[in-house]
Design a protein around this ligand. Structure first.
Ligand code: COA
Length: 182
């Protein structure tokens, strides 16, 4: 398995390890962070399971799932989590997802993280299409994806079941042809 190490100006991406469970729980266990996500805050045990599954998925051939720790380039602290999932039937295309510690929101880190994920997907993995689906009410994700160059494509009705009922998604995408545009 080739281990992922991506370095940006103020952020890095690397493989998650069992030592990252608490840092990831600070995101997935935070009701503010899961507010627009289709699941309730995760328990520490659930996060430990996600990490264990991510480590198993990292060893698969072909590899389809990348669950990556988002690190602060200066301190090396884990400040968030990023996912890139290559579609089984469309291996040129992957869905991305991200979450940051809520005390760090609103400083442009989310936008930088999306730019770094696009670089990883297009340059390192050679993918053609990267897309993300957000809740229609998730303004921060909307702005971060738009500013990073992900075009709004449209609405998938009742895309995901959530604890509160069916939820539509707004899909954004970026294409290798257009990158780097931002
Ligand atoms: C989505 C997320 C990663 C954005 O991270 P962030 O670091 O706050 O993003 P940025 O600081 O780059 O902000 C992007 C834009 O959204 C704006 N913004 C941030 N939070 C906002 C909010 N709550 N309401 C409205 N606008 C907001 C910022 O001002 C910025 O706009 P600008 O470029 O015009 O200044 C972060 O909110 C998060 O982790 N949310 C929880 C998980 C999640 O929703 N993931 C996305 C699923 S699709």
């Amino acid at each position: 398995m080739r281990s992922v190490h991506v370095t940006g100006e103020r952020l890095g991406l690397r493989e998650v390890t069992v030592d990252d469970v608490d840092a990831l729980h600070a995101v997935y266990g935070d009701p503010a962070a899961t507010h627009h996500l289709p699941f309730d805050p995760r328990t520490r045990e659930e996060v430990a399971e996600i990490v264990a599954e991510a480590i198993t998925a990292a060893a698969a051939t072909p590899r389809r799932l990348y669950v990556l720790a988002v690190t602060d380039s200066e301190t090396r602290a884990v400040i968030g989590v990023a996912r890139l999932h290559i579609e089984a039937d469309h291996p040129h295309s992957a869905e991305i997802g991200l979450g940051l510690r809520s005390d760090l929101w609103g400083r442009g880190i989310g936008t930088d993280l999306i730019r770094l994920l696009l670089k990883f997907g297009f340059k390192d993995l050679g993918l053609h299409r990267l897309w993300g689906a957000r809740s229609p009410a998730n303004t921060a994700a909307q702005l971060a994806m738009l500013v990073a160059g992900m075009v709004e494509e449209g609405r998938i009705r009742h895309h995901v079941p959530t604890p509160a009922g069916w939820r539509d998604s707004i899909v954004h995408s970026a294409l290798a042809d257009e990158w780097p545009a931002h």
